[in-house]
Design a protein around this ligand. Structure first.
Ligand code: F6R
Length: 618
C-alpha cells in the first residue's frame, strides 16, 4: 500500500521520481508528492488525486533550474490510512521549518505508526507544529527532533521509539547528497544503477533503470551517498545484504496496447500459466517436480495436514487447493483467512505444513500468519509471485509463481497461476501417498493442457462483452457453485464487486435456500457455475429454483452441454474438462465478464476506488 520512490545520482531527480510514481500508482492513488534537494533547500510539491495532478501542478520541470539541479529526492503515492486524501495529508512530510521556506528534513512513509498519538502529544509539548492528520508526519518530526548532524543516527533513534510498520525514505536540508532509507514490515528495494541509486517500495519503479537490486531486511537502515550504500541495523551494526537480479522485463509492467492492465493480464494468462508450470511437470512419472518445497516423498508422507493461509483472491485460490489436496492425496487440508489464523491461537504443529499464498508477498496479515505458524513449529512454505518479497524470504522454502508483474489492482493471472501450482502440489502429495502412476499421468496431462484451454476461453472475449451489456443495469448479483466451483463463485463475486461496484455475493449453491433465496427477483441475476462434475445436476436444480423466482441466470457451462444451456438466460461456454481444471477456465470467463461490465459502467478498472495493490496494513 502506498508507493515510495527515491533517487540519488547524477541525473535530475524530478523526472525519475515522477516516472517511478506513475509505475507505482497502482499501490495507492489518492494523493502524491515529491521532495527534492536543490539550491540548498528542500522543495516539496504535493497534490490531491492522481500522479497526473501532481505533474500538472509542478509544471515545466524540464526547463526549470530547480529541477535541473536536483540530484536527490523522495516521492510517494498515497493510500490513505490516517486522515482523508487531502493535499495536507499527502507525503512528503517536512519538519523543522526554516526560513525562507523549506524544511530541515522531509520524509515519505509506508506503513502505520501505531503509537503515533503518544509521540504526537510529546512532540507538541516540545513545540512542534503539525500540518496534517497523518501518523507519518509524527515520524518526520521525531526524526527532526533527534537530528543534529547525523541523519542516519537520528532516524535509528526515532525508529527505535516507533511501534508499527514502516518503509521510509528521508532527506535533510544540510545533507544535499544524502538519502537514508529504512524498513520494518514494509518493503524497500534499492536498485543499483550506474552513477545512480533508485529506491522503491517495489521493483516495477526500478526496472527501467537497473536489474540489480538489494532488498532491505526489517530494521535495516541504508545510507546512500554518491553511489555508495552502507547498510546498518538500528543499533548501527554494519550488515551486508545480497544483490539480486530482477528478472521482470520492462514491457511486462507496461500496458502493451491494451486499454487496461487488467485486460492485458487476463490475456497474459496462457503464458503466465505456462511459466508457472514449466519444468514442474514430470509426465513420465505422473508427478510434479517442486524442488523449492524442499520435501522428499518420505517427508510428505509424514505430514498430516496442509494448512493454507492467504487473503482475498489468494485465499480463494487456496480453497481450490484444499479441495485438490483432499481429492487427489486424501490428505487433510484446510484454508484459513490469514488474519483469523494469526489472532485465534491456531492449533498447528510439526506435522503440519502451512502454505502462505500471496501474489505480492507483502500482505500484512499473511506475513503475520507465517510468523505465527513458524512460532508454533510448523513447516512453512510460500506460494508467492514477487521474487525477493518478505513472505518469500521469511518462509525460505516455497514456489514462485513466475506470473510476471501484476499491476491491475484486481488480481487475475495470479489466481489462475496459484491454482495451477496448487494442483501441482496436490499431484505431488498424492503421488507420494495414494495415487497410481497412471492416475498421476492423467492429472499431469490435464494440468499441462491448461494454457491451451485458457486460450479457448479468451477467444470468447467479444461474446462475453456482449453478454455484459445486459448486466450494466443491475445493482446486485448472486454467484453460486458447488465443489471445486464454489471457490470460483467466491472469486467471481469478488471480481465483479471490486471493479464494477455491483454488490455481489457468492454462495454454495445449496446455501441459497437457507436464506438468500428471499432476495431473488427480476432485479437479482444469478451467475451459476454449471461445468460438468459432481453435483452439477443439483446446481441445475438450484438454477430452476432461481428462475422460478424470476431471477435471470447466466450459466458458465461446458461446451456442448445442451441441458445446462436450456436452463439459463445467457451462457458462457468453457472447454469440457475435469472440474478441477474448470476452476481455471471458468474463472477466466468470469474475469472477462467482470471486466466488460465494469468497462461499460465507466469504472476506473485498474484502480478501483478505496483499493490498493498489496495490503501492507492490518
Ligand atoms: C482481489 C485482490 C485482493 C488480493 C489480496 C491478497 O482482486 O487483489 O483480494 O488477492 O489483497 O493479496 P496478495 O495475494 O498480494 O497477498
Amino acid at each position: 500500500m502506498c508507493g515510495i520512490v527515491a533517487y540519488s545520482g547524477t541525473k535530475s531527480a524530478t523526472p525519475i521520481l515522477l516516472n517511478g510514481l506513475r509505475k507505482l500508482e497502482y499501490r495507492g492513488y489518492d494523493s502524491a508528492g515529491i521532495a527534492i534537494h536543490s539550491d540548498n533547500t528542500i522543495h516539496i510539491y504535493k497534490e490531491e488525486g492522481k500522479v497526473a495532478n501532481l505533474i500538472d501542478s509542478i509544471g515545466d520541470y524540464e526547463n526549470d533550474a530547480v529541477h535541473q539541479q536536483c540530484h536527490v529526492g523522495i516521492a510517494h503515492t498515497r493510500w490513505a490510512t490516517h486522515g482523508p486524501p487531502t493535499k495536507e495529508n499527502a507525503h512528503p512530510h517536512g519538519a523543522g521549518f526554516v526560513e525562507p521556506g523549506g524544511s530541515r528534513i522531509a520524509l515519505v512513509h509506508n506503513g502505520i505508526i501505531e503509537n503515533y498519538r503518544a509521540l504526537k502529544a510529546r512532540l507538541e509539548a516540545e513545540g512542534k507544529v503539525f500540518l496534517s492528520d497523518t501518523d507519518s508526519e509524527v515520524l518526520s518530526h521525531l526524526i527532526e527532533f533527534y537530528y543534529t548532524d547525523d541523519l542516519a543516527k537520528a532516524i535509528s533513534t526515532a525508529l527505535k521509539e516507533v511501534q508499527g510498520t514502516f518503509g521510509i525514505a528521508c532527506i535533510a536540508k544540510d545533507q544535499p547528497d544524502m538519502l537514508v532509507v529504512a524498513r520494518r514490515g514494509s518493503p524497500i528495494v534499492i536498485g543499483l544503477g550506474e552513477d545512480q541509486t533508485i529506491v522503491a517500495s517495489d521493483a516495477s519503479a526500478i526496472i527501467s533503470h537497473t536489474r540489480q537490486a538489494v532488498y532491505l531486511d526489517d530494521n535495516d537502515v541504508a545510507i546512500i551517498r554518491g553511489g555508495k550504500i552502507d547498510i546498518k541495523t538500528l543499533d548501527a551494526k554494519p550488515v551486508q545484504r545480497d544483490t539480486a537480479d530482477i528478472d521482470w522485463s520492462e514491457g511486462a509492467a507496461e500496458k502493451g496496447g491494451y486499454e487496461h492492465y487488467m485486460l492485458k493480464e487476463i490475456f497474459e494468462q496462457p503464458t503466465a500459466i505456462r511459466n508457472s508450470i514449466r519444468g514442474r511437470i514430470d509426465l513420465d512419472r505422473g508427478t510434479s517436480v517442486l524442488a523449492g518445497l524442499g520435501l522428499d516423498s518420505r517427508e510428505i508422507v509424514d505430514l498430516q495436514r496442509l494448512l493454507i493461509v492467504g487473503c482475498g483472491t489468494s485465499m480463494n485460490a487456496g480453497l481450490v487447493g484444499e479441495y485438490a489436496i483432499e481429492d487427489f492425496a486424501g490428505m487433510l487440508s484446510e484454508v484459513e483467512q490469514a488474519a483469523e489464523f494469526r489472532y485465534r491461537n491456531p492449533i498447528v504443529g510439526s506435522k503440519d505444513i502451512v502454505l502462505a499464498i500471496s501474489q505480492s508477498g507483502e500482505t500484512a496479515d499473511t506475513l503475520a500468519a507465517v510468523r505465527e505458524a513458524q512460532e508454533k513449529g510448523a513447516l512453512v512454505a510460500g506460494l508467492v509471485n514477487v521474487v525477493g518479497s518478505t513472505i518469500a524470504r521469511e518462509t525460505g522454502r516455497g514456489i514462485y509463481l513466475h506470473a510476471g508483474p501484476e499491476i491491475s489492482v484486481a488480481s487475475t493471472k495470479a489466481f489462475t497461476c496459484q491454482v495451477s501450482v496448487l494442483l501441482l502440489i496436490a499431484l505431488k502429495f498424492a503421488r507420494s501417498r495414494r495415487l497410481s502412476r497412471e492416475q498421476g499421468i492423467k492429472i499431469a496431462e490435464e494440468i499441462n493442457s491448461l494454457p491451451e484451454l485458457v486460450e479457448r476461453v479468451l477467444e470468447q472475449n467479444d461474446a462475453i462483452a456482449k453478454i455484459a451489456e445486459d448486466f450494466v443495469k443491475f445493482d446486485n448479483m448472486f454467484y453460486i457453485g458447488r465443489g471445486y466451483l464454489f471457490p470460483v463463485a467466491l472469486e467471481g463475486a469478488l471480481k465483479i464487486k471490486e471493479i464494477s461496484y455491483i454488490h455481489a455475493e457468492a454462495y454454495h449453491a445449496a446455501e441459497l435456500k437457507h436464506g438468500p433465496i428471499a432476495l431473488l427477483e427480476e432485479s437479482m441475476p444469478v451467475v451459476a457455475l454449471l461445468n460438468a462434475g459432481p453435483g452439477m445436476e443439483k446446481t441445475l436444480g438450484n438454477v430452476e429454483e432461481c428462475r422460478a423466482r424470476k431471477s435471470p441466470v447466466l450459466g458458465v457451462i461446458s461446451e456442448g452441454d445442451e441441458d445446462a444451456r436450456a436452463a439459463c438466460d445467457w451462457v458462457i461456454e468453457v472447454p469440457q474438462s475435469s472440474q478441477f481444471i474448470a476452476t481455471v477456465t471458468s474463472t477466466v470467463a468470469l474475469q472477462l465478464f467482470s471486466y466488460h461490465v465494469a468497462r461499460l459502467r465507466g469504472c476506473p478498472i485498474d484502480q478501483p476506488r478505496n483499493l490498493a495493490k498489496s495490503v501492507t496494513v492490518e
